[in-house]
Design a protein around this ligand. Structure first.
Ligand code: ADP
Length: 540
């Protein structure tokens, strides 16, 4: 017997309708790409998103067409994003930090029809336009005053383009499982893969991340989404914030410490989210200027392991709660967040800070487990580590146009991460499965050694890779970039690590390098390093 409740499809534009009706006056603030701070409201965002949807319809765009954006987090990008989805088309966010060949592959694979592009990226797109064979029109996210001379086909200033239509448009009416957005993984191995979100998965994920122990936003909050919309959907804040009626602050191209601080201070931001490198910039700025963070209550840090030092600085020096998060493009992207819970209230300060180094627990609507190489579930004891598998309504089951199921036989997605889960449900990433070092039948976590090594005075950055070893199968090699002015040597690093990691985890050698390669999303390129050091021989 079926229930007798209404059939109310979960469509992303229903979020904007709700926001405009109930929080229409709520201010939304952007550092514009042109420079000045710009202020709008949720009601205006909706009106202009309707115009985008209508103007797209006028261009012949309809259900399932891929419309690309290459843009910073701004009000115009937000309008575009909701307008594309509300039209029924698919919003394909492009990461401008990808290499030219990856962008070429992605745009052609997606068969993008129209591209919205920020002023910053016009030269980049101009250089690639001949390779973007399917794109017939470029809309530059600016006004006529700032519109550059450009060779892009059909180029028009966004403000002129939407001024030509009114907002008298009915959002598309379609099934909630209709594709809404497309985002490619950066493809550290092989070609990038397209993750295709649905309206339903986006709405559910927006609600998922706004549970009290995750972002927990209310209409009183001011949330600055620093994590880009082009990198895993700004961690779903673009849904969570309007649904809650929060004030959303969008930093545009200003990602340096000073620009971030100005917005935090002037807009009285209460919560924010970004990857660790952004916070390094802010902390440096705070140190240089002696400024404090009087309004900020919590900061969500994820996308890469949050260094223990960063947790301490925010919590102890600035009285800001750190919530460590983990996730991935295929998970929409949030998988876990590390807010402490009732059972941890009696822990002392050191133990609480230590627990925050873990990547955290799953919110409702994400499930996770760890399994061994044989696929059997491993205990949640915080010690044993295994392959981390997940499932939920906002987790991928297949990639765009690849036409193959990517789940295990019992329906779980293998994240490619190796982790422990403790009895309280806190997960800790120990490595990527490709990077974990298999020594004498046991696993060594390269990340854990790196985390300890960067704490060593004189070490600016560290990377650990496993290299073949005749006796142990693989052994760890530690690569270090020295801090400017430091002359730290191998012995000093090893003495520092002694006692901090298990004896058999001690790197067999330490090599000092000038550079450690990173992917477009800031991750260490261990494949490149393994290739670079493939002929390296460990001494005795
Ligand atoms: P890509 O950068 O390749 O596009 P994602 O941005 O989806 O992919 O990155 C997902 C991966 O990033 C995770 O599988 C994990 O390895 C890593 N990651 C994300 N957050 C954390 C974290 N807090 N700690 C450690 N690793 C993390």
């Amino acid at each position: 017997m079926l229930g007798l409740m209404q059939d109310y499809p979960l469509l992303t534009h229903t979020i904007l309708d709700h926001a405009a009706l109930n929080h229409g006056e709520r201010e939304q603030v952007t550092r514009s790409v042109e420079g000045p701070i710009r202020s709008t409201t949720l009601a205006q965002i909706r009106t202009r998103a309707l115009k985008v949807a209508k103007a797209l319809a006028g261009e012949g765009v309809s259900l399932g067409d891929r419309i690309a954006t290459m843009a910073w987090n701004t009000d115009r990008h937000l309008e575009t994003w909701f307008g594309i989805m509300g039209n029924g088309a698919i919003c394909h966010t492009l990461n401008p930090r990808l290499f030219a060949d990856q962008l070429d592959y992605i745009v052609n694979h997606a068969e993008d029809d129209i591209m919205f592009v920020d002023l910053t990226f016009v030269p980049l797109v101009e250089a690639l336009q001949n390779r973007f064979g399917t794109v017939r029109k470029y809309i530059v996210l600016t006004d006529s005053e700032h519109m550059p001379e450009t060779s892009l086909p059909g180029a028009v200033a966004y403000e002129d383009w939407i001024a030509a239509v009114d907002d008298d448009f009915a959002w598309g009416d379609f099934d909630e499982n209709t594709a809404a957005a497309l985002c490619y993984t950066s493809g550290t191995t092989g070609n990038p893969k397209g993750v295709l979100y649905s309206h339903r998965s986006n709405v559910l994920h927006g609600l998922t991340v706004n549970q009290p122990d995750v972002f927990g936003l209310t209409s009183e909050d001011v949330i600055m989404a620093i994590v880009p919309m082009f990198h895993a959907n700004a961690w779903a804040l673009t849904y969570a914030a309007p649904a809650a009626g929060a004030k959303l602050v969008m930093p545009g191209a200003g990602m340096d410490g000073k620009s971030i601080y100005e917005l935090l201070e002037n807009e009285k931001v209460t919560a924010t989210a970004a990857v660790p490198t952004v916070w390094l910039g802010l902390l440096q700025y705070l140190d240089e200027t002696g400024k404090k963070l009087p309004y900020l209550q919590k900061v969500v840090i994820g996308g890469a392991a949050c260094p223990p030092m960063m947790i301490r600085r925010f919590e102890l020096d600035f009285d800001v709660e750190v919530i460590h998060g983990w996730g991935m493009t295929e998970m929409s992207p949030v998988g876990t967040t590390g807010k402490l819970k009732h059972a941890t209230l009696n822990l002392d300060r050191e133990a609480r800070l230590k627990l925050k180094e873990k990547q955290g627990r799953t919110p409702y609507l994400v499930e996770m487990k760890i399994v061994g190489d044989d696929g059997k579930e491993l205990p949640r004891d915080g010690k044993v580590f295994g392959h981390l598998l997940v499932r939920g309504p906002a987790v991928s089951k297949s990639y765009f146009k690849l036409d193959q199921d990517i789940l295990t036989a019992d329906g779980w997605f293998d994240t490619g991460d190796i982790a422990t889960i403790d009895s309280l449900g806190f997960m800790q990433i120990t490595d990527r499965d490709k990077d974990v070092i298999k020594s004498g039948g046991e696993w060594i976590s390269s990340i854990e050694i790196e985390n300890e090594a960067v704490g060593c005075p004189g070490v600016a950055e560290a990377a650990v890779i496993g290299l073949p070893h005749p006796k142990w199968s693989e052994r760890p090699l530690l690569l270090v970039i020295r801090e400017v002015g430091s002359d730290i040597d191998k012995e000093a690093v090893l003495v520092y690590l002694d006692g901090k990691i298990a004896k058999w985890w001690m790197p067999d050698d330490v090599v000092f390098v000038d550079e450690i390669p990173h992917t477009a999303t800031g991750k260490i390129q261990k494949m490149t390093l393994r290739e670079q050091f493939k002929d390296f021989e460990f001494g005795d």
